[in-house]
Design a protein around this ligand. Structure first.
Ligand code: PMV
Length: 325
């Protein structure tokens, strides 16, 4: 009863911030994302009557913070299958975790797919997406392929993600700029609970459906400029809500702002590039494939950058044959 899965992280163009149900992780609004080819988690899960307790290794370390959340997710899967065997879980990220690169999306998508298979559950993509959502909202979007929509839904059964377009639909690129690998102080899960305390949260919610309609049009017409302008203002709006929540959440570092300003400068020089950010200090630059080498050169000149990770739109979370133990 062992299986291994690889799952991509994803970047949300229209973000999920705030929930209507904490336990079920039902989002306050729908969201739209793209899977990322070069930010992945690989996870092996084995269930066995010989394990006295659940064990978890992430990037070769015991992680007490994540353990509770992982065990709760294993319990969901055990309950679905009607087994009580304990599990061994080994997980490897190919990027720095908990720095705003959505390691919980790739991590919990990989865990869901591997653990369901190891337990002998035969689940559809929809069922896997619903299950992944219970562990981490954004993880439900790493289950389907390419460009993805997570419909808000108002019950657990209606809140899941589906693919809008396959990964080869549009050759846009997400250049992840790591300005610091420091772990964020406030987790996304905790941060989300204070979203409704911002006076701007109701304003945000009132136009989310409109934003989703617009981004779908820009995706359908591949209108990169309109798309870029919308995703950038969407990221700033989410951060405005974060900053005006109680307690306030300020995830940016000085070099985060420097990168955002450089994006503005590069646009005035004629390079179509836009930024988006999640909970963390690192910046996602969204550009078209034709501009990668130009931007990579520009980035090489910025000394403060720790790492650059180039991502193309990626496939879905899936089972692979090579196990981690
Ligand atoms: O799924 P969580 O709890 O890690 O929340 C993700 C929140 C954002 O990354 C900030 C936005 C998003 O839609 O991915």
């Amino acid at each position: 009863m062992k299986a291994t899965a690889i799952a991509p992280s994803n970047i949300a163009f229209i973000k999920y911030w705030g929930k209507t149900d904490e336990t079920l992780r039902l989002p306050a609004n729908g969201s739209i994302s793209m899977n990322l080819s070069n930010l992945t988690t690989t996870t092996t899960v084995a269930f066995s009557p010989e394990y006295p307790q659940d064990s978890l290794l992430i990037d070769n370390r015991n992680d007490a913070n994540e353990e509770k959340r992982v065990i709760a997710h294993l319990d969901r899967i055990r309950e679905k299958k009607g087994i009580s065997y304990k599990a061994k879980v080994v997980s490897m990220n190919n990027f720095p975790a908990s720095t705003g690169l959505s390691s919980s999306a790739s991590g919990f998508a990989a865990l869901t797919v591997a653990a369901a298979q190891a337990a002998g559950l035969k689940l559809s993509e929809k069922e896997l997406s619903i299950l992944a959502r219970r562990a981490s909202g954004s993880a439900c979007r790493s289950i389907p392929s390419g460009f993805v929509e997570w419909k808000k839904g108002d019950t657990s059964e209606t809140s899941y993600a589906t693919s809008l377009y396959p990964s080869d639909y549009w050759d846009i690129v997400d250049i992840v700029v790591v300005v610091s690998s420091e772990k964020k102080e406030i987790s996304t899960t905790k941060g989300q609970t204070s979203s409704t305390s911002s006076p701007f949260f109701p304003i945000r919610l009132s136009h989310m459906e409109e934003k989703i309609k617009k981004i779908k049009i820009y995706l359908a017409t591949k209108d990169f400029r309109a798309f870029g302008e919308l995703i950038e203002s969407e990221a700033l709006e989410m951060h405005a809500v974060m900053m005006t929540s109680t307690p306030p959440l300020l995830y940016w570092l000085p070099n985060t702002v420097r990168m955002m300003k450089l994006v503005y400068t590069w646009r005035t020089e004629g390079i179509p590039v836009y930024f988006t950010l999640n909970t963390g200090q690192n910046v996602h630059l969204i550009c078209q494939k034709k501009d990668i080498s130009l931007l990579t050169k520009k980035l090489e000149e910025v000394q403060e950058i720790k790492q650059v990770i180039i991502n193309t739109p990626a496939q879905e979370a899936r089972i692979i044959d090579t196990h981690l133990f």
